[in-house]
Design a protein around this ligand. Structure first.
Ligand SMILES: C[S@@+](CC[C@H](N)C(=O)[O-])C[C@H]1O[C@@H](n2cnc3c(N)ncnc32)[C@H](O)[C@@H]1O
Length: 178
C-alpha cells in the first residue's frame, strides 16, 4: 500500500503509526494528488477519504488517479458534495460545522469529471445528508426560510463513489484521449 499526503506532519504520523502497528507492507510518499508520486498502472485500488473536495483542480486529481490505476482496477472515494446552491453565508456556517465544505462542488459535476477522465461503471454507493442543527441555521435565516430550505432538497452530502478503469481503457485519463 502506498499512502500519499502533501503535509509532512501527516506523513510522519502515518509512518509512526505503521511502525507501532508493525505494518511492513505500507509506505508513505510526500506529494500532491494533482501530481501523484506514483508510476502509471501501479495500483489495483485507489482510496481516498475527504481529500478530493479540497483539491482546486479535481479533474487533474481524478486523471492522476486514472493514470496510476492498473487496467481492471477501481477507485473508491468518500467525499463531500453539494446538491443545489447553498447561500454563501450558509456555506460558511456549514464549514464551521462539518469541515471540508468550502471546496465542495455539485454532485453532477463531480460525477461528470470522473466520467470525463475515462472511468466506467460509476456508482454512488452511499449518500448521506449532512444535517446542520436548526439552531445554527436559525442564525442565518428566519423560521419560514428554514422551512423552505429544508423542503428544497438543497444540501451538503457525504458520498462514497466507486468507479472502474476498464480492461480496455486507453488514454491517460485527461479526458482528451491523448
Ligand atoms: C480531511 S483530511 C483527510 C484525512 C484522512 N483521509 C482521514 O480519513 O482521516 C485531508 C488530508 O488531505 C491532505 N491533502 C489535502 N489536499 C491534498 C493534495 N492536493 N495532495 C495531497 N494531500 C492533500 C491534507 O494534508 C490532509 O492530511
Amino acid at each position: 500500500m502506498i499512502g500519499v499526503d502533501f503535509t509532512q506532519a501527516m506523513i510522519d504520523k502515518a509512518r509512526l503509526n505503521a511502525e507501532k502497528l508493525e505494518y511492513n507492507n505500507v509506505e508513505f510518499r510526500f506529494g500532491d494528488i494533482e501530481k501523484l508520486p506514483v508510476t502509471a498502472e501501479k495500483a489495483d485500488v485507489v482510496i481516498s477519504n475527504c481529500v478530493l473536495n479540497l483539491v482546486p483542480d479535481k479533474r487533474k486529481a481524478f486523471s492522476e488517479t486514472f493514470r496510476v490505476l492498473k487496467k481492471g482496477g477501481h477507485l473508491s472515494v468518500s467525499d463531500v458534495v453539494l446538491k443545489g446552491e447553498l447561500p454563501d453565508t450558509l456555506k460558511q456556517a456549514a464549514e464551521m460545522y462539518a469541515g471540508c465544505v468550502s471546496g465542495a462542488i455539485q454532485i453532477q459535476d463531480y460525477l461528470q469529471i470522473i466520467d470525463d477522465c475515462g472511468f466506467t461503471n460509476i456508482k454512488v454507493q452511499k449518500e448521506k445528508l449532512i444535517t446542520i442543527p436548526d439552531e445554527i441555521l436559525l442564525s442565518y435565516m428566519n423560521q419560514k426560510e428554514l422551512s423552505d430550505f429544508k423542503a428544497s432538497g438543497i444540501g451538503i452530502y457525504s458520498i462514497t463513489v466507486y468507479a472502474e478503469k476498464s480492461n480496455s481503457a486507453s488514454g491517460c485519463g485527461c479526458g482528451c484521449n491523448c
